[in-house]
Each structure stands twice: as C-alpha cells, then as structure tokens.
Write a protein that binds this ligand. Structure first.
Ligand code: MN
Length: 292
C-alpha cells in the first residue's frame, strides 16, 4: 500500500510553480504518490513535472472528471467520442510522466444528472472505456473508474454496480476506484464492498465526510482499512480533501464545496498521512491476529 495525496490539497492548479510546490511538499511530508488533476493535460509542462517527480522520488497518478462536452455516457456518439479523445490525452500524459493510473469520474461527466443514464448512453460508456483501455494497455496504464455518490454521477454509485460495468467492458486494465466519502453515502456495507472488489480495486481515495481533517467527521475508517488488509490491497491510497479556502472555484463547484473546512493544506496533509499510516498498521495487525 502506497500513500498518495491529491495535488489540490497543496496547490490550486498545475502551473510550473504549482507543480514545484505540490511535489516538493508531498515529498517532504513523506508521501510516495502525487495525484495530479489533469482536466487539461495540454496545459501542463509534462517534462518539467517528470523531472520534479524524479528529483523527489515520487510516482504520479492522474485524475479527472469528464464534462458535459466529453461525457462518454452520452447517448450522442459525437460527445462520447470527444470523451474518448480527452481520456486518451490524459492516458498519454500520465504515461509520459511515468505513471500507471488514470482515476476519477471517467465513465460519465462529473456533474449532477436529472435522469438515469439512458441505455444508449450506458452502451457508449462501455464501448468508450473499452476503446480507451485498449489504448491505455499499450502504454502500461490502468483506468480506475470512480464510484461517486448520486449527486455527482448517474452511471453507477456503488461498487456492485461499478463491477457490473467492468464486466461489460471486459478489459483487464480497467478497475474500480472507491472513495470513503462516496461509500459512506451510498454503500450499505463499505467493508463488504471493498472485499467484493478484491483484485479489481485499482485505486482508493480517503476522504472525511465533510472533506476536511481525517478523524474529525462521521466516517468509520477502521472497517475500510481492515477490508483493504483482508484483500491484500497493495495499490495507492490517496488522500483527497476540498475546502473553499484552498480549492479553486471551478473544482469546488463540481464537488459542492461551499465551506472552509481547512485553510492550511500542508498541515492537513501531514496529519492525514499520520492518520492513514496508523489506520493501515492497526488494520494489518488486526488481520494478522484474526488469521492466526
Ligand atoms: Mn474521490
């Protein structure tokens, strides 16, 4: 298990200066992975970022949410095709950074929908993600499709429904991305859902129920870490948080962040890493005791 951090906890965008701040701080705090939001992969100076990653010994992952214009679950084939082109660009960008994972809301737009996904839209999501996955396989990249709550996507909101989508896609390099914040809202039993995923769990986000300091909200993290220990999860556990004081407005709007739940990103990040390490160590110890 490797601990990562969503770059927006530490920097607002991905200019060269943002990259230096986020990567430098993450490395100093002891993180191994930085999750770079690549909504606009063409806007990033990738060679500069790659050099920073190598200098600081960090691995990169990329995440994004698709938009209405690039929604691969649209019944409009032209919109879905625009989504495929966008995801291929992000796959290529993360591969150029030496990364292996593209995560986030990549099966639909990251937005509030007002109706269920129409059957033609679901079919477009399946075929689009299959097409992107086949390209990604050639670049050594895995797609991790995030299960988010009902207000942020309509394609699927639970692990069991996400696995159904994965079955339809039928490509080995497509896995599920689970997030404690969304699971807390939607999953009847978060630990059971993690176990159901097993080795198809490709990425994991740790978030508090209000998206701020870990341990100060409503989420029961111990059962989730125990489940991760039981399935032998050895992928990335990335800390994600949003606050109106830190998150840029365009992303804050997507995640409905209207309150200032933290203002000091590095302090939040430092405490989050200590929290995750403690939870993971306790879970591993518990698992060893229970399987003796
Ligand atoms: Mn997330």
């Amino acid at each position: 298990m490797r601990f990562g951090i969503h770059a927006m906890v530490l920097a607002g965008g991905w200019t060269r200066e943002d990259a230096e701040t986020a990567i430098g701080t993450a490395a100093r705090l002891g993180y191994e992975v930085i999750e770079i939001p690549l909504f606009d992969p063409g806007g990033a100076d990738l060679p500069h970022t790659r050099a920073l990653l190598e200098r600081h010994g960090l691995q990169a992952t990329a995440s994004l949410g698709l938009t209405r214009e690039t929604d691969v679950s649209s019944p409009d084939a032209a919109v879905a095709a625009a989504g495929v082109r966008q995801l291929v660009k992000v796959v290529d960008a993360v591969a150029d950074l030496g990364g292996k994972t593209v995560a986030g809301v990549i099966g639909s737009a990251w937005t509030r929908y007002w109706a269920q996904t129409p059957p033609a839209g679901y079919e477009n999501a399946v075929s689009s993600l299959r097409e992107v996955a086949q390209h990604a396989a050639g670049r050594g990249v895995t797609l991790a499709v995030e299960s988010v709550n009902r207000f942020e996507s309509n394609l699927f909101n639970t692990a069991v429904d996400g696995l159904r989508l994965l079955d339809r896609i039928g490509e080995d390099n497509v896995g599920l991305h689970l997030d404690s914040f969304h699971m807390h809202i939607e999953e009847p039993d978060a630990a059971a859902s993690i176990e159901l995923c097993g080795d198809r769990l490709a990425y994991f986000h740790i978030n508090e129920s209000h998206r701020g300091y870990l341990g100060t909200g409503a989420i029961a993290f111990a059962p989730m870490f125990r489940a991760l220990a039981r399935i032998g999860y050895d992928g990335v556990v990335a800390f994600e948080a949003f606050s109106s004081a830190v998150t840029p407005p365009e992303v804050a709007g997507l995640a409905a962040i209207w309150r200032d739940v933290f203002s000091d990103g590095p302090d939040l990040a430092e405490r989050a890493l200590a929290f995750m390490r403690e939870e993971a160590e306790t879970a591993a110890r518990t698992h060893r005791m229970a399987s003796r």
